[in-house]
Ligand binder design. Structure first.
Ligand SMILES: [Ca+2]
Length: 465
């Protein structure tokens, strides 16, 4: 049950594209003549703390395009130590990506009302305190019950806009913040271990490691007061070793991924180390742990770290026995970029073809405003496959919406259709349909309301199998 639930949750690809269907998105202005407006159109954190992220959200997928795909970036050379990594080509490329996309730099004041978006967790409008997950805010009470934790303390080399970056500046209960002070994180004596008993519930070791990498690369001490203090007791974390261990032992959860989507909706940029923790290892020339769970799954696809062979093959006889693989895998597991996005005034949908265990499926992921959704009562999804021989195969599914008080992650219908609602959040759901093996060349997807009126319709082609 748990497994099924988890898989289901993982597939709730959450729909940042949602943003594209919202009427007002003031941040797109991208210039300094337009004031920052809290439009209410930011994406709420849709994730769940401690629920491992085993997929990339559609917005994450959209962020890495052209020369910024994982395939391209992971081929760029990193350093081999903490002193060479910041001078490496990979460091520059990741910095450029995060910096170029960073269109809104938050001020200290501006962060306060934004945490209800970035740090909510199915909390009825409350903020989840960074360390404990205790509900705090969202109203600002001048620090009496909650304040903002500089995960990277100002005294460790910050000195400009980096001080107020909402990616790093996290809301915490005032008591939790006070217990840490500006101590470096670590697991040896004298360091601050973030999972302390008094702070309670959550493992945030990986979270802080990924935040540090973000600051380290995104801001690169270019506008600060000198060098960042990074490693050791005078820095922010005990050692690179500890940082990478924490990355591995506390993998990205859906809440971190949801937060990345939320922050992106505000600032334009993402923490690349949340989407691809693999980059942390490549940046320092370390091998990516093959069993590390990451949103992209790239770690398990094999390390891209060059593996020089220090012991040449002593066998002087060339191997002439190499035969082609008699059973080449024609359909490796892939997660392709979104194949199609459809938008109407009321609802958006994305279609994605995925291959898993040599089996292809078509995912229809839709998103819409909560209030609007309830007016539909139910949605009908029709997928009509066109087969190679010209025949047709049709799938019909119904997504019930029901009353307004259903709980988060409730599965509403059978047949692989799931639906999720979160208080105050945009809503999204998905339908997964197996593609007839080897037969289908395209599909027409239609989303209808309860009366059978089409809300959206569009076709998606399939690659030759
Ligand atoms: Ca964590």
């Amino acid at each position: 049950m748990k497994h099924t639930m988890k898989q289901g949750l993982a597939l709730f690809l959450v729909l940042m594209i949602a943003v594209s269907c919202l009427p007002v998105f003031s941040l797109n202005a991208g210039n300094n003549t337009v004031d920052y407006v809290y439009s209410g159109s930011y994406i709420y954190n849709w994730g769940e703390r401690e629920e491992e992220a085993t997929f990339l959200s559609p917005n994450a997928l959209k962020f890495y395009t052209g020369s910024n795909t994982y395939d391209v970036l992971s081929e760029i050379e990193g350093g081999t130590s903490t002193s060479t990594a910041p001078k490496s080509a990979l460091y520059s490329a990741l910095q450029k990506l995060m910096k170029d996309k960073h269109r809104k730099i938050t001020s200290y004041q501006e962060t306060r009302p934004l945490y209800q978006y970035t740090d909510c967790e199915n909390s009825g409008g409350k903020i989840s305190s960074f360390y404990s997950g205790d509900p705090i805010g969202p109203a600002w009470d001048s620090g009496s019950t909650w304040n903002r934790e500089h995960t990277w303390p100002n005294s460790k080399g910050l000195g400009g806009s980096d001080e107020n970056d909402i990616m790093m500046l996290r809301p915490t209960a005032t008591s939790e913040n006070g217990s840490r002070g500006n101590r470096a994180y670590g697991q040896s004596g004298g360091y601050y271990f973030p999972n302390t008993e008094s702070n309670g519930a959550h493992d945030v070791r990986g979270d802080v490691a990924r935040i540090f990498l973000y600051v380290y690369v995104r801001w690169g001490n270019v506008d600060g007061n000198g060098q960042y203090s990074t490693w050791g007791s005078n820095g922010v974390i005990e050692s690179l070793d500890v940082l990478l261990t924490w990355m591995e032992e506390d993998p990205v959860d859906t809440w971190e991924l949801g937060r990345n989507d939320s922050v992106e909706s505000i600032t334009g940029t993402r923490n690349v180390f949340v989407d691809y923790p693999e980059f942390a290892f490549l940046l320092f020339g370390e091998e990516i742990p093959a069993d590390m769970t990451t949103p992209s799954g790239e770690a398990k696809n094999g390390s891209s770290t060059p593996d020089p062979d220090p012991t040449p093959d002593p066998d002087p006889t060339p191997d002439t026995e190499q035969k082609p693989d008699p059973n080449p895998d024609p359909t490796p597991d892939t997660e392709q970029p979104l194949d199609k996005t459809l938008t109407s005034e009321t609802i958006s949908a994305f279609m994605q073809v995925r291959t898993e265990n040599k089996k292809q499926d078509l995912r229809v992921i839709f998103v819409c405003d909560r209030e609007v959704l309830y007016t539909f009562e139910k949605l009908i999804v029709t997928v009509e496959f066109t087969l190679k021989d010209g025949g047709r195969k049709t799938y019909n599914g119904t997504l019930g919406i029901g009353s307004q008080d259903f709980t988060l992650f409730e599965t509403i219908t059978a047949d692989g259709d799931t639906f999720r609602a979160a208080e105050g959040c945009l809503l999204f759901g998905r339908a997964i349909v197996d593609i007839p093996e080897g037969d289908a060349v395209s599909a027409i997807v239609t989303l209808k309301d309860k009366n059978g009126n089409a809300l959206l319709s569009g076709s998606v082609p399939f690659a030759e199998q």
